[in-house]
Design a binder for this molecule. Sequence first.
Ligand code: 5AD
Ligand code: FES
Length: 351
Amino acid sequence: MKVRDIIEKACHENILTKDEIKLLLMAEGEDKNLLFKTADMVRKEHVGDEVFLRGLIEFSSYCKNDCFYCGLRKSNSQAQRYRMQEDEIVEVVKSAYQMGYRTVVLQSGEDMFYTKDRMCSIIKKIKQNVDVAITLSIGERSYDEYKAFKDAGADRFLMRFETSNEKLYRQYHPGMSFEKRIECLKWIKSLGYELGTGFLIGLPGQTIDDLAQDILLVKELDADMIGIGPFIPHPQTPLKDAKEGSVDLTLKSIAILRLLIPDANIPATTALGTLDPLGRQKGLMCGANIVMPNVNDLKYKLKYELYPGKICINEDATKCRGCIESIIVSLGRKVGQGKGQSRHYKRAAAS
Ligand code: 5AD
Ligand code: FES
């Protein structure tokens, strides 16, 4: 099949075979342009020109895991660790609200200091004080904990499966299991959260076949939000000498997933903006409709180093807010008003 026909099929049927996805991932020249252009049109038709902002609050840099690619891994003794207190988190949410944010993302390493009760208390305190949607990005927990967080008021949950290749998953996530991760994602979905998931592009050993499978798994999990970013080697991890992920494959994956889940929320990720100075703009022009600027204090930003060279690391939250807005406006788009719930979620909830 020609690339043109595959794109057409994706638009009409919202599903492709693995081989068809592989052909799109390998598209070049006119074919690639058509993929990006079509994804941009589908984005406009299904989620409009609004780009929603999510205020990212990285509240703890402690992690009990040892992922091979991540700067927060527990074996990284040079990593700087911090934990934010409940009141401090609530204060940051208030200031994010004042800057116009209507969704906050509470992200951390897998830090069990934040017990079920502590997390629920934070969630409730935020909900009592500020009218924002809360997205959690805190990794694997028990069903009981996910349920308690939802009951306390959490609206959404982000957790990438990172790679669908079980062998690679095992290799890069010591002590963790792919099966467990998928189980958690299914629990989260069944509890009524808006579900966000996704994967890393360019983990060493990952093939085009794996990426096509990753795309199919996002579709199968029926994600409401899709986070895809290139791998960036961190000097204090076992993958320090590996090659970084491809910006081009990241953009193609975003575009393909826009065709397969047309009404999902898809961010142009910070990692994309880190590898390419125009990365976020490019993402927003081939299917993405979300940006997640960090709203934390500079003193914490510097210490949350998943990967090196992160953009905006020396910018304060107000500056980032203005900068992002001008990027959005320069693309002929506008900053979204309101909480920006996933239309995919809304549609499923209504039917
Ligand atoms: N490069 C790019 N992304 C990374 N993440 C963790 N480490 C890296 C890295 N070195 C991503 C993971 C995780 C998300 C919070 O950050 O995909 O899910
Ligand atoms: Fe913490 Fe990877 S080291 S999630």
